[in-house]
Design a protein around this ligand. Structure first.
Ligand SMILES: Cc1ncc(COP(=O)(O)O)c(C=O)c1O
Length: 177
């Protein structure tokens, strides 16, 4: 069963090629979805199974989450993928998986969606705001200046589909493990 990932990917490609969808992304928190996504959601409601848990041999259970995880892992060329309930949930899981502990400082761009900072606080870490440059992403110069011996992570954001310069981020002074 398809999770709809293939169609979502096509829509993202369409958004990037200037064919119009990208123009709908107007600011942080903007949503971009259409008939395909509506169909996948209604499919879940119609099945009556709203949880990820169900019997795989039950023809009414769509196992959408499991299908998405399998397809996404394949898409990324990795063995496993774990779906979360939201982007905010993914950020929190990623911070904890990266070993961020209470009190650690995490650098984050000052221009971002509130979830970036909220996830750091939820992990009981300390968000340290970094200036953005004309790309609206992390300013590598201010980033380097904000790294201290308490810094344990950098939460880079690719704002509004605009790729952050990760090469520059990786050339920042090393942070303590
Ligand atoms: C940059 C960024 N990070 C995180 C999120 C949070 O995603 P969600 O609303 O699914 O929790 C958003 C939502 O728009 C976002 O724009």
């Amino acid at each position: 069963m398809s999770s709809g990932l293939d169609r979502v990917t096509l829509r993202q490609e369409a958004a990037c090629d200037g064919s119009g969808l990208g123009n709908l992304v107007t600011g942080p928190g903007a949503a971009c979805f259409g008939e395909e996504e509506r169909h996948e959601v209604l499919d879940v409601l119609a099945s009556g199974h709203l949880s990820r848990y169900g019997r795989m041999d039950d023809p009414g259970f769509g196992h959408k989450v499991y299908s998405l995880e399998c397809e996404f892992a394949q898409f990324c060329g990795v063995n496993h993928a774990v779906a979360t309930s939201s982007g905010t949930g993914s950020l929190l899981v990623s911070l904890l998986a990266a070993g961020i502990r209470p009190g650690d400082e995490v650098l984050v761009p000052g221009f971002t969606y509130v979830a970036s900072i909220g996830a750091i606080i939820h992990a009981r870490a300390v968000p340290v705001l970094v200036e953005v440059d004309e790309s609206l992403n992390l300013d590598p110069v201010d980033l380097a200046a904000k790294i201290t011996d308490r810094t344990r992570g950098i939460l880079a954001v690719h704002m509004l589909g605009n790729a952050c310069d990760l090469d520059a981020v990786c050339k920042s002074p090393p942070i303590m493990a």
